[in-house]
Design a protein around this ligand. Structure first.
Ligand SMILES: Cc1cc2nc3c(=O)[nH]c(=O)nc-3n(C[C@H](O)[C@H](O)[C@H](O)COP(=O)(O)OP(=O)(O)OC[C@H]3O[C@@H](n4cnc5c(N)ncnc54)[C@H](O)[C@@H]3O)c2cc1C
Length: 261
């Protein structure tokens, strides 16, 4: 999925260096000189501005957590069990203070679930946490990636559907990207969905519901979607996992092009 964004960035004239590390910079009369170690050797880049978008660390300075009986672990995060209960059983941790992923919808959901647990001891089971990256095109995912599912020893069906084959994407000339569905090969349950392309952050909502409800790729395939719309790409990626997508060329799942077992 990231490759879709990288290709789009290159089309926009952006130079992308992967597996590389910016090691230092110098300000020479207002021009910034950045030194980058790349697999091909050292590269020097001249720039007017530098944006650093990595690097986050917890900071509870001055909050006297220990006075409240709350402990912090070796990573600097608040120590808690998987319900968020801290070393002080009357205090729960939610949101960014509970550790990654650092996402607003995760924080909000955790807050509501923790309040329910405290009020009546009945929170909902944990829900899959989607993530969206507002790049151009957007990227969004929920659940397990194909690699994560395989690393867990699961046998998977994988279906891909490119936006080049979507009538709606064609009409709006937004053709970069694809929907990828990973499903359990025996139960056919959707394990994860990744989308790179137009409105990916909106499209992932339907996949979140599919995962939450334990839907199979057959369930998604048997769900009528209005035409021509972008969510049809999720439907067809699910069909592709079964070797049954209509608007792309594919062989059967056993020897597959769009689908792979
Ligand atoms: C620039 C930026 C962009 C982001 N974009 C996204 C995005 O697109 N999507 C997404 O899902 N997430 C995004 N996030 C992450 C998201 O904002 C956080 O994950 C989310 O706000 C965490 O919620 P929280 O309640 O844990 O913490 P916060 O929202 O940080 O709330 C903590 C609150 O506690 C208050 N506070 C702090 N110290 C004290 C104190 N000592 N006493 C009393 N009050 C205190 C703070 O003022 C704050 O109001 C972004 C974050 C940043 C910084």
């Amino acid at each position: 999925l990231a490759q879709v964004v990288a290709k789009s960035a290159v089309k926009l004239g952006i130079k992308v260096l992967v597996s590389s590390k910016a090691v230092k910079f110098e300000d020479r009369n207002g021009t910034l000189h950045v030194q980058v170690d790349t697999p091909e050797g050292e590269v020097r880049i001249e720039a007017s501005n530098i944006l650093v978008s990595i690097g986050k660390r917890p900071s509870f300075e001055g909050m006297a957590l220990e006075a409240a009986g709350i402990r912090v672990n070796a990573k600097g995060l608040i120590e808690a069990d998987d319900t968020g209960k801290t070393a002080n059983a009357r205090i729960f941790v939610i949101g960014d203070a509970s550790g990654p992923p650092y996402l607003a919808h995760k924080a909000s959901y955790q807050g509501i679930q923790t309040a329910l647990r405290i009020a009546n001891g009945k929170p909902s089971p944990p829900a899959p946490i989607p993530l969206a990256v507002f790049t151009d095109p957007e990227v969004a995912s929920v659940g397990l990636s194909e690699a994560e599912a395989r690393a867990l020893g699961l046998k998977v069906l994988v279906g891909r559907f490119p936006f080049t084959a979507s009538g709606r994407a064609l009409a709006s000339r937004d053709l970069d990207g694809l929907v990828k569905v990973t499903a359990d090969a025996s139960t056919r349950r959707v394990l994860g969905v990744g989308i790179a392309g137009p409105n990916a952050s909106d499209l992932i909502g339907e996949a979140c519901l599919a995962l939450r409800m334990g839907a199979t790729v057959e369930d998604v395939s048997a769900t009528l979607h209005p035409h021509p719309t972008l969510p049809e790409a999720f439907l067809e990626a699910s069909e592709a996992a079964l070797g049954q997508a209509i608007h792309i060329l594919q062989r059967t799942p056993s020897g597959s092009a769009g689908a792979s077992a």
